[in-house]
Design a protein around this ligand. Structure first.
Ligand code: KG4
Ligand code: ZN
Length: 353
């Protein structure tokens, strides 16, 4: 079974072909991030226009790299939510059109579920991929950490899951992006904070961990404010000092120490709850999903603290891509999940898991 996956929920125009849910045949990603970086965040209209330009070449390239013609493709899977409405629309319209044109079943995929299915990809002949050697088993605990979501999910089986709790304010990736801006580091914040933090001292600043009444709930808005207040104090100013002027007053040594201390604490916050859920629910596997899953500190803290051996998806399959959507599509087809109507499928920007 070969599925073409299409993903356009944010700034990446992505398409990939996956065989049988675990074999990656191609993975093509075109990003308009270079344009957004100068604005300090993704501009939906610019991203949508870039998707229009890139979608056809990206899909053609994904088929070509997989050595496939349309006759080899069994179905099309596409992200229909959550994401930016104008961006989702381009992928959904392309998928609908191709499903009608080539007479293929169409599967509408939830972006967050897709992130989880990146963990099911275990083989490829493409160069430079480091994948788990075997598929995760159920019951499965998923720690979802992206730019828009932070949540723990327990799955009894495919498509049978319960969200334990979510973030009550900012997502963890959003906190990385906001703190990076505060330190004058480039967007997207996650990779730049991680890079800067390598040269810093993670014990230099002690930020507080949010205490939530619900065991598995998250909150990151307080941490972002704590970083701002500490930085203002560090440069001898009070809370009225404008945040946009903070980076210019911080030394390089202070910046890298802020990055390292924040990175350590943000990761420790999600790892604490993941360990707690592991102890309560005794899952057979633990997986990490979403852009922040590319973080090395997250991987090393989990490896150190989880009592089971855990394998991680390739970094390239953690940030948005079509492969995770194609993998999810394979399981939908295998397990007789409902198909979408190519004449009427709409986007669902606010879709949750
Ligand atoms: O999953 P994703 O690509 O898009 C969403 O679905 O949101 O996640 C993007 C988020 C951004 O906030 C970015 O800063 C963060 O993932 N991110 C990271 C790393 N790489 C990307 N955060 C921490 N460490 C990283 N290495
Ligand atoms: Zn994502």
């Amino acid at each position: 079974m070969k599925i073409l996956g299409i993903e356009t929920s944010c700034d990446e125009t992505a398409a990939a072909v996956v065989e049988n849910g675990d074999k990656l045949l191609s993975n093509v990603v075109a990003s308009s991030m270079d344009i957004h970086a100068q604005f300090g965040g993704v501009v939906p209209e610019i991203a949508a226009r870039s998707h229009i330009e890139a979608i056809n070449p990206v899909i053609e390239q994904a088929l070509k790299e997989a050595n496939c013609t349309w006759a080899d493709i069994d179905a099309i899977a596409v992200t229909y939510g959550a994401g930016l409405g104008t961006c989702l629309l381009i992928g959904v319209l392309a998928a609908r059109t191709l499903a009608i044109l080539h007479n293929k079943p169409l599967y509408a995929c939830n972006h967050l579920e897709g992130h989880v299915y990146a963990n099911f990809l275990t083989s490829t002949s493409l160069p430079n991929y480091k994948m788990p050697s075997k598929r995760p088993s159920f019951p499965l605990l998923a720690l979802i950490v992206s730019g828009k979501h932070t949540q723990l999910v327990m799955s009894k089986d495919h498509f049978e899951y319960k969200v334990l709790e979510r973030t009550h304010d900012d997502a963890i990736g959003e906190a990385y992006d906001k703190v990076a801006r505060l330190l004058g580091l480039p967007y997207p914040g996650g990779p730049s904070i991680e890079k800067a933090g390598v040269h810093g001292d993670a014990t230099a600043y002690a930020f507080p961990k949010a205490k939530m009444p619900e065991t598995y709930a998250f909150s990151f808005s307080g941490l972002k404010t704590a970083v701002l207040r500490t930085a203002q104090k560090e440069i001898g100013q009070d809370h009225t000092f404008p945040s946009k002027d903070v980076p210019g007053r911080l030394s390089e040594a202070q910046k890298v120490n802020f990055a390292a201390s924040f990175n350590h604490l943000a990761v420790e916050t999600v790892v604490d709850k993941c360990i707690q859920a592991f102890e309560e629910f005794s899952p057979k596997s633990v997986v990490i999903a979403g852009g922040v899953a590319a973080n090395s500190e997250l991987r090393s803290q989990l490896t150190e603290r989880l009592p089971i051996y855990i394998q991680y998806p390739d970094m390239k399959l953690c940030t948005d891509n079509g492969a995770m959507i194609a993998a999810l599509g394979c399981f939908k087809m295998k397990l007789n999940q409902p198909t979408a109507d190519p004449y009427s499928l709409e986007t669902a920007p606010g879709l949750s898991m």
